[in-house]
Design a protein around this ligand. Structure first.
Ligand SMILES: Nc1ncnc2c1ncn2[C@@H]1O[C@H](COP(=O)(O)OP(=O)(O)OP(=O)(O)O)[C@@H](O)[C@H]1O
Length: 301
């Protein structure tokens, strides 16, 4: 099996994220009838990196996520997920439940999907259903008496407590998830995904609808997850301040085709990216330009 390794255009050496990719997307295409939503897409997400997938509306970003998480089977191409242990998984050949349980890919959605009637703690415990059921031996007697179940239950509670702390939700642990403000619900979704100890966490527009304070809290949480070193992050995001502030690597799509791929600095100066964004609404262009100006000023200082 040959892999495409991206080279630095200037020095001709492999890009940093190509040296140890957690995810290699190889020539992936996704067609819906006559519409090519993703066209021959190749990129790598580096282990331990925050990789952002950006592009105007309809560029194919969610379709890529759906291919990675098994919701769609790509029409063509390969999606290779490699654990830190070296174990590899061809995601395009796996059903979605195995992609989450075995390949350990977790995901959050554009629209929050919590169990809103359950408490915050319960949401975090339900996420750990798989290891708990295994420890029970899949029997009611196991649930009632097996020491392995008691141990797994204790670990699940410890893990939930850890993520409650990290997301600032400890004081609300017993409240229904649906009672949380929007930004806190977004953090809870991430906490729930992290309770499954993913190798790759895919976040679909995590900053959508957040106010500036909530957006800053989200950045801190995502940088914290990266610093822990166990989980690599892949995010779709329209909020350019989030993308530019926390990403190590940015991949840009337009009409299903990759038009740029590099560090935030490289991508923001790429004329193809600027042109693609000039094709979208004024508000977003102004936002891109504002962020570019801010970063240029900071660099000049
Ligand atoms: N199940 C589907 N059937 C038909 N067309 C689809 C399907 N899913 C996506 N598409 C089309 O594929 C293209 C890419 O859509 P996608 O949702 O992946 O874009 P996106 O970059 O995530 O957009 P946005 O930023 O608006 O969420 C669009 O033209 C969309 O209408």
């Amino acid at each position: 099996m040959t892999m495409t390794v991206e080279l630095d255009v200037v020095v001709g050496e492999p890009r940093r994220w190509a040296l140890d990719p957690v995810l290699s997307v190889e020539h992936v295409s996704m067609r819906f009838g006559g519409l090519v939503a993703v066209n021959d897409l190749t990129f790598q997400a580096g282990r331990g990196d925050i990789t952002a997938l950006i592009g105007p509306n309809g560029a194919g970003k969610t379709t890529v996520f759906n291919c990675i998480t098994g919701f769609y089977k790509p029409t063509q191409g390969m999606l290779n997920l490699r654990h830190a242990s070296g174990e590899t998984f061809l995601l395009e050949r796996m059903p979605d439940h195995k992609i989450s349980a075995k390949a350990r890919v977790a995901r959050t959605f554009q629209n929050i999907r919590l169990f809103s009637g359950m408490t915050i703690l319960e949401n975090l415990l339900v996420a750990q259903h798989n290891p708990l059921m295994l420890a029970s031996g899949m029997t009611i007697l196991g649930v009632l008496g097996l020491p392995s179940y008691k141990r797994a239950e204790k670990e699940a509670i410890e893990k939930a407590k850890f993520w409650l702390e990290k997301t600032g939700l400890t004081a609300r642990a017993d409240d229904p998830a649906g009672d949380l403000p929007y930004g806190a619900q977004r953090r809870l979704e991430i906490a729930r995904a992290m309770c499954t100890e993913p190798q790759l966490l895919c976040l679909d527009e995590p900053a959508a609808g957040l106010n500036p304070r909530e957006s800053a809290e989200l950045n801190t949480l995502l940088l914290d997850i990266r610093a822990m070193g166990q989980t690599s992050l892949l995010l779709i995001e329209h909020d350019m301040s989030v993308v530019m502030e926390i990403s190590d690597h940015v991949v840009v799509l337009e009409y299903g085709v990759k038009i740029s791929d590099g560090t935030p600095d490289e991508v923001r100066n790429d004329p193809r990216v600027i042109a693609a964004y000039l094709g979208v609404d004024d508000e977003e262009v102004a936002e891109v330009e504002e962020v570019l100006d801010e970063i240029s000023e900071e660099t000049a200082r």
